[in-house]
Design a protein around this ligand. Structure first.
Ligand code: SME
Length: 159
């Protein structure tokens, strides 16, 4: 599945530099192709919060306050955070009471972090090490194709 997804995402972002445009198609495509994913979307750093960006799924928390939850853990570690059971993650921020597992991938370009990609599932332990590796590759494709400087400036912070 991921080999096709990498090719498809590459062709979706190749001619465009605007991050919001590319990110919108990115989440729409992954949401239509990935089984057992209840929500997928971006949170972008803005001052001391993560603000919701393009997403697919039910409406979700719009602002994640600093240092709470899985998304902020990924920002602070600058690493993929894969949580098999969100109810066991101490500061987990509940946006959908039915979500049971979650994976978060940081958006990093040239050493700066701009936000995260967040995926939720109603299943426990939905995301594997292979998902983590390949989602990271997909996110790298997206940030490398997009003008991250412009989106960082628009949202207010990249660090
Ligand atoms: N659960 C996330 C918040 C975002 S929602 O899952 C869409 C967190 O703990 O950061």
């Amino acid at each position: 599945m991921y080999k096709d997804l990498l090719d498809e995402i590459q062709s979706l972002v190749i001619d465009e530099r605007n991050f919001v445009v590319n990110a919108s198609n990115f989440v729409a495509h992954l949401f239509s192709k990935m089984p057992d994913v209840s929500w997928i979307g971006f949170y972008l750093l803005s001052e001391d919060s993560l603000l919701i960006g393009p997403y697919q799924g039910k409406p979700a928390c719009v602002r994640l306050h600093k240092n709470k939850g899985v998304c902020w853990a990924s920002v602070n570690k600058r690493e993929v955070v894969n949580v098999d059971n969100v109810h066991e993650f101490p500061t987990h921020v509940v946006c959908d009471a039915e979500a049971n597992s979650e994976i978060v991938i940081p958006l990093i370009k040239n050493g700066l972090i701009y936000g995260v990609l967040d995926l939720d599932s109603h299943s426990l332990a939905r995301f594997t090490h292979d998902d983590a590796l390949n989602l990271r590759k997909l996110v790298d494709l997206l940030v490398n194709a997009s003008d991250m400087y412009a989106i960082g400036k628009f949202y207010g912070k990249a660090y």
